[in-house]
Write a protein that binds this ligand. Structure first.
Ligand SMILES: [Fe+2]
Length: 271
């Protein structure tokens, strides 16, 4: 692995420096990953499909009444089932039809610039391997259950889809402290976001949606919930390895898109 140049370190880099699992250290992509129809679906073993099925059934039960409608609509479009791991190629065509996003198959966590380039091009980087059974409750690095079940459904929502592309665009020009601001923004929305509307408070962040422990915790009384405010989010520190004590709630995905655009333009990182 190439030695990284010295820069302001965020929560992930700090964790990696502290000797955390090497799967958490981002890899550099030297070329564009296979996208959409270029993706070859692996032949999954019965055990791999069973692990997916176990996670799918358990999490689907947990999410009832706790996840936002936009996520549920996305799941319906994608046609997930507990029978087998969905093919990235098929999911990519569903996304393309809904919002013009596609899926790119990546080998694991990827380096930030690679990641942002893909987002800017409306390509969602996804793994295609599933965690092993002994890691069923917690895996330190993303697997396809997190990437597919956690992230993809919301990318069928036009406001979220536009926001995420703009995020990639802004992240490519952010410098120094702005990179940390964006890392926090991503954490408190894409990964750990809540939404409160007429249906009540619901979850939408992939880190909660795909986690056995976070679903209950995120909507419980131990969490302090702050109304969405880009300036508060970008000044809020977080820790990767614990249940989250502070979360932010949007009132709509329009608010998320507009709020991000407003903030990023003021920062001079978005046209
Ligand atoms: Fe994620």
């Amino acid at each position: 692995m190439e030695k990284e140049e010295k820069k302001v370190t965020g929560a992930y880099e700090k964790a990696a420096e502290e000797g955390i699992d090497p799967r958490c250290i981002p890899q550099t992509l030297n070329s564009l990953p296979p996208v959409g129809d270029e993706i070859v679906t692996p032949h999954y073993s019965k055990e791999e499909n069973d692990v997916w099925g176990y996670l799918y059934n358990r999490q689907t039960g947990l999410l009832e009444g706790r996840v936002c409608d936009e996520y549920i609509k996305g799941v319906e479009l994608m046609g997930f089932s507990g029978k087998e791991i969905p093919s990235l190629k098929k999911l990519s065509s569903v996304l393309y039809e809904a919002t013009g996003w596609r899926v790119g198959r990546v080998p694991g966590l990827i380096q930030a610039q690679n990641f942002f380039n893909l987002l800017r091009d409306r390509i969602f980087p996804s793994t295609d391997y599933v965690r092993e059974r002994h890691e069923i409750d917690y895996t330190p690095a993303p697997d396809c259950f997190h990437d597919i079940f956690g992230h993809m459904p919301l990318l069928t929502n036009p406001n979220f889809a536009n926001f995420y592309q703009k995020f990639g665009e802004a992240a490519l020009v952010a410098k120094g402290e702005q990179q940390i601001f964006l890392e926090r923004f991503h954490w408190f929305t894409v990964e750990f976001g809540l939404i409160t509307n007429s249906a009540g408070r619901r979850i939408y962040g992939a880190g909660i949606v795909s986690s056995f422990k976070e679903v209950d915790h995120a909507l419980g009384s131990e969490v302090q919930v702050i109304d969405f405010d880009p300036y508060k989010i970008t000044s809020q520190e977080y820790e990767v390895w614990h249940l989250q004590p502070i979360l932010f709630s949007i009132d709509s995905f329009e608010q998320l898109e507009e709020g991000f655009n407003y903030w990023a333009k003021k920062e001079g990182i978005l046209n």
